[in-house]
Design a protein around this ligand. Structure first.
Ligand SMILES: Cc1ncc(COP(=O)(O)O)c(C=O)c1O
Length: 418
C-alpha cells in the first residue's frame, strides 16, 4: 500500500496552506494529556484562515459601524467593505450583484424561498421534489410548506451506493411539479449529484430549482449561469468564513416576483401607516442590521480559496479521498458508507461490532475530530438501514499523514471496543 510519505512526495499538495490556519497548530486537551489536533470535521464547519480572522478583528478595531444608513466616515467604510464583498461573491458564482442576498446560512436560504416563493406561487395539489440524500434543512421547510398549502412532497430514491436514481427522478416529474430542491454535494456521504441535468429536466416541466450548495462551495467551482439554477444557497462558515452569514442566490426576475421575507428597516423604500413600499433587490430580502463582519469575511474567504485555486483544491482533495478510501477499506470490518462514482472528500464509515459514537469518542481521545450520528440526514440513515455513521470530512489543508493517523486511530479504537 502507498505510504503517506510517498504520497506527500508524489503529490506535494496544499501543505503550505496549513500555516494560514492557526487552529490547526493548537494542542487540544484529550483526557489528561494534550494532543495534536487532527481536524476532520470540515463538513460541519471549516477552520478559518488568518486572512478571515484578521478581517473580523480589523473591522471591529478600525471601522465598526452600521451600514447603508450613515453619512459618516465609518459607516461609509463599512458599507463599502460589505458591498464590495457582495461583488466578490457575485463574481465567484457568476451571478449579478442584486441577485446575492445575504442570509444567515443555507437553512435560512431554503426557508426564505419556501416562505416567499412557495407561499405565493404554490397551491394545493402542487408537488415539490427533493431527494433521499437531503439534509434536514432541505426537507423540513418544504414539509412545512406542504402542510400549510396542501402540497405533496416527492422523494427521489437513491441506490445503495448513495446515488440519485435519475430514471426515478424523471418519473416523478410532471406538470404539477413546481419546485425541485436538491443538494449539490451530500454532507453525509459526499455524493456529487448531477445537478445540471436535474435542473434541465425540471425546467422542461416548468418547475423552479433550488440547489443546496452548502457542501459544494468549499470544494468545487459553482457557476449559477452554467447550472441555470433558479435559486442556490450556501453557508459562510463551511467555506472558511465566519458563522451566521450565508447567501441566497436567486434569478432576478424570480426575486422581483417574490414578496419580502421579513419586514423591518432596510427592506423598505417608504413607510406610512397606510402603506409600505419595498426596497430594490437585494435589500428587499435584507431586513434589519445584518452580520456585517460576517459578510465582509465571506468575500475575504472566497479570495483566499481563489488564491489557493479551486482546480488545485478539487484535484488534491480527490487524491486525499482516494488515499483515505484505500487506507480505511483495508481495516478489518470497516465499511465505507457512500461509494458514489462522483464524490467529494467525505469518508463516512462503520466498523462491524462497534457503535459510531463510541468510535468517535475514542478517536477524540487521540486528538482526531470526526463527527458521528445521522449528520442531520435521518431519512437517509433510515433508507440505508443504519443508525448513523462516523464521518471524516476533509478540506484542502488536510494531508496524507492525517489520514494515516485516522486509520491507526480507528484500529486502536476498534481493539478497545471489540
Ligand atoms: C448539505 C447541507 N445543507 C444545509 C446545511 C445547513 O447549513 P447551515 O446550518 O449552515 O444553515 C448543511 C450543514 O451541515 C449541509 O451540510
Amino acid at each position: 500500500m502507498t505510504s503517506a510519505n510517498a504520497m506527500e512526495k508524489e503529490t506535494p499538495g496544499l501543505e503550505w496552506t496549513r500555516k494560514d490556519f492557526p487552529l490547526l497548530h493548537k494542542l487540544i486537551k484529550t483526557g489528561n494529556k494534550e494532543s495534536k489536533l487532527i481536524y476532520l470535521d470540515n463538513a460541519a464547519t471549516s477552520q478559518k484562515p488568518l486572512a478571515v480572522i484578521n478581517t473580523i478583528t480589523d473591522y471591529y478595531e478600525r471601522y465598526n459601524s452600521n451600514i447603508h444608513r450613515g453619512a459618516h466616515y465609518l459607516a461609509q467604510l463599512a458599507t463599502e467593505a460589505y458591498e464590495n464583498s457582495r461583488k466578490k461573491i457575485a463574481a465567484h458564482i457568476n451571478a449579478n450583484e442584486n441577485e446575492i442576498n445575504f442570509v444567515r446560512g443555507t437553512t435560512e436560504a431554503v426557508n426564505l424561498v419556501a416562505s416567499t416563493y412557495g407561499r405565493k406561487f404554490l397551491k394545493a395539489g402542487d408537488e415539490i421534489i427533493i431527494s433521499a440524500l437531503e439534509h434536514h434543512s432541505n426537507i423540513v421547510p418544504w414539509q412545512m410548506l406542504c402542510e400549510e398549502k396542501g402540497c405533496i412532497l416527492r422523494v427521489i430514491p437513491i441506490t445503495d451506493t448513495g446515488e440519485i436514481m435519475f430514471e426515478e427522478y424523471l418519473k416523478l416529474l410532471n406538470s404539477k411539479t413546481k419546485i425541485v430542491s436538491v443538494g449539490y454535494v451530500s454532507n453525509a456521504l459526499g455524493t456529487i449529484n448531477p445537478v445540471k441535468e436535474i435542473i434541465a429536466e425540471a425546467h422542461k416541466v416548468g418547475a423552479v430549482v433550488f440547489i443546496d450548495a452548502a457542501q459544494a462551495l468549499p470544494h468545487i467551482k459553482v457557476d449559477v449561469k452554467d447550472l441555470d439554477c433558479d435559486f442556490l444557497g450556501f453557508s459562510g462558515h463551511k467555506v472558511f468564513a465566519s458563522t451566521g452569514i450565508g447567501v441566497l442566490y436567486g434569478k432576478e426576475k424570480l426575486l422581483e416576483a417574490m414578496p419580502p421575507y421579513m419586514g423591518g428597516g432596510e427592506m423598505i423604500k417608504t413607510v406610512t401607516f397606510e402603506k409600505t413600499t419595498y426596497n430594490d433587490l437585494p435589500y428587499k430580502f435584507e431586513a434589519g442590521t445584518p452580520n456585517i463582519e460576517g459578510g465582509i469575511s465571506l468575500g475575504v474567504a472566497l479570495d483566499y480559496i481563489n488564491s489557493v485555486g479551486l482546480e488545485q483544491i478539487a484535484e488534491y482533495e480527490h487524491k486525499l479521498l482516494e488515499y483515505g478510501t484505500e487506507k480505511l477499506t483495508a481495516i478489518d470490518g470497516l465499511k465505507i458508507i457512500g461509494t458514489a462514482k462522483n464524490k467529494s472528500s467525505v469518508l463516512s464509515f462503520l466498523v462491524e461490532g462497534t457503535h459510531p459514537y463510541d468510535l468517535g469518542v475514542l478517536l477524540n481521545e487521540q486528538g482526531i475530530a470526526v463527527r458521528t450520528g445521522h449528520h442531520c440526514c435521518e431519512p437517509l440513515m433510515n433508507r440505508l438501514g443504519i443508525p448513523g455513521t462516523c464521518r471524516a470530512s476533509l478540506a484542502f489543508y488536510n494531508n496524507f499523514e492525517e489520514i494515516d493517523l485516522l486509520a491507526e486511530g480507528i484500529q486502536k479504537a476498534v481493539k478497545l471496543l471489540q
